[in-house]
Write a protein that binds this ligand. Structure first.
Ligand code: ARG
Length: 463
């Protein structure tokens, strides 16, 4: 009967209960947040006259020792202690005696875990933001070298219109920027202290929640205790934000996989970030982007898992919410390593400009430009221009060439209104540069976009 809550029980807990009920195997990850939270709480209790100066000093000293024991691997994590909160408090009391027993005044594990976990999540938000900025920087470095590197822009994975490689990468910069903003906004919204909410209804003790919030670096204090001890929106938000970020990462990963295949050969991944086959000696496999694509699935799993845990829970704290942590820990670790390895993969890959250009000579990428020419220079309605261009494409197919290489005489035969000044319109490079409307692919507008992303990255770097 060594449980802290065993006062009303006449029989000890079954071993099976201990195994099923415990979170200590995974919540021990929150030990630093828990100890800092306890120091802040005790500091406030002393200021309010609830603890003496001596008691506070002894609690601080004891907690310091507990922290050292944990960090040196000496701390004994026992499943029968249920969770880290009770294990730490128990050890503290062993070390310092009665003062340790006073620490839990005006506090419950419900506000304690909400505080620890929220602080872990807030920190993870910050770390992930840093990681995205670094990834963006790596993508930008590659993009800056390729504002004139032509490649086929696609829709339906079919050649559509020529674009440049920097523009393509710029699309991912735009996604990652939104990701940063999403994590930032979650950080702001959830930067609220749960400490002092106690079990569910607040406490009759004369506590100062503003003080503990300040000590722990929260920007404000939560408004309603009943909500606060059962609120896990902050955990859901980070799972959603990581899911969305991983969805973006998986799209880029998919393109890296396609681009490094023999069919494309647009890029070559560096040896350091490629793998071989155990049977086929010639193989070089893109395991990194494949795993990035695959790991996206487990992050979605964590999001859907927690949404389902929270669905229909009555107020306030329920033990169901103990299931909130593992998925978040896993998703956060997945986010960290994914950002890091994608950054390295991008920074070390080789871009094959020649093959990108060769691919532009397939699929009549400048067909829209011919139609635009017919509208602009010959005053032909777009629908009709579309049809005439279709005929020109059919002719090029018949000749076994790309529309950009067609001889003027064939165009003249198709429609006598077509002048020789059409030829520049058919060039792939001109086609790319013609799209100079705001947000378009021309080298000039691409450079403007890269400058915008560079400024965004520099704001973070504090340059
Ligand atoms: N281990 C618990 C959790 O992670 C801590 C809070 C337990 N509170 C309680 N009243 N049983 O959710």
């Amino acid at each position: 009967m060594d449980k802290m809550w065993s006062g009303r029980f006449s029989k000890g807990a079954a071993k099976l209960l201990d195994e099923f009920n415990a979170s200590i195997m995974f919540d021990r990850k929150l030990y630093a947040e828990d100890i800092e939270g306890s120091i802040a709480h005790a500091t406030m209790l002393q200021k309010q006259g609830i603890l003496t100066k001596e008691e506070l000093e002894s609690i601080k000293k004891g907690l310091k020792q507990v922290k050292e024991e944990i960090e040196s691997g000496k701390f004994e994590w026992k499943i029968s202690d249920e969770d880290l909160h009770m294990a730490i408090e128990k050890r503290l009391t062993q070390l310092i005696g009665d003062a340790g027993k006073k620490l839990h005044t005006a506090r419950s594990r419900n506000d304690q875990v909400a505080t620890d976990f929220r602080r872990y999540v807030l920190k993870a938000n910050k770390n992930i933001i840093d990681g995205i900025y670094e990834l963006m920087d790596a993508v930008l470095q590659v993009a800056q070298k390729h504002t004139t590197t032509l490649l086929p822009g696609m829709t339906h994975l079919q050649h559509a219109q020529p674009i440049n490689f920097a523009y393509h990468l710029g699309a991912y910069l735009a996604m990652f920027k939104r990701d940063v903003e999403r994590f930032e906004s979650s950080f702001e919204r959830n930067n609220v202290s749960p400490l002092g909410c106690a079990a569910l209804a607040g406490t009759p003790h004369d506590i100062d929640r503003e003080e503990t919030a300040k000590l722990l670096g929260f920007s404000s204090v939560s408004i309603n205790c009943l909500d606060t001890v059962s609120d896990r929106d902050f955990a859901l938000e980070i799972l959603f934000n990581i899911s969305t970020m991983m969805m973006h990462i998986s799209r880029l990963a998919e393109e890296l996989i396609l681009w490094s295949s023999y069919e494309f050969k647009f890029i070559e991944l560096s040896d350091e970030y490629s793998t071989g086959s155990s049977i086929m000696p010639q193989k070089k496999n893109p395991d990194v982007p494949e795993l990035l694509r695959g790991k996206t699935g487990r992050v979605y799993g964590a999001l859907v898992g927690l949404l389902t845990v929270m669905k229909g829970l009555p107020l306030a704290y329920n033990k169901d919410t103990q299931e909130d942590k593992e998925g978040v820990f896993d998703a956060v670790e997945t986010a960290y390593i994914s950002l890091e390895i994608l950054k390295e993969t991008i920074a070390t890959m080789r871009v094959n400009e020649e093959n990108m250009l060769k691919a532009c000579k397939k699929g009549h990428l400048s067909a829209t430009d011919l139609a635009d020419y017919l509208v602009e220079k010959c005053g032909i309605p777009f629908r009709e221009a579309h049809f005439i261009t279709g005929e020109a494409v059919a002719k090029a197919e018949e000749l076994g060439i790309d529309l950009s290489d067609i001889d003027y005489k064939y165009l003249k035969e198709i429609d006598s209104r077509i002048g020789e000044d059409v030829l520049p319109y058919l060039s792939i490079e001109n086609s790319m540069n013609a799209r100079c409307s705001q947000g378009g692919t021309s080298t000039k507008t691409t450079q403007e976009q890269l400058a915008y992303f560079k400024r965004f990255i520099e704001t973070k770097k504090g340059v």
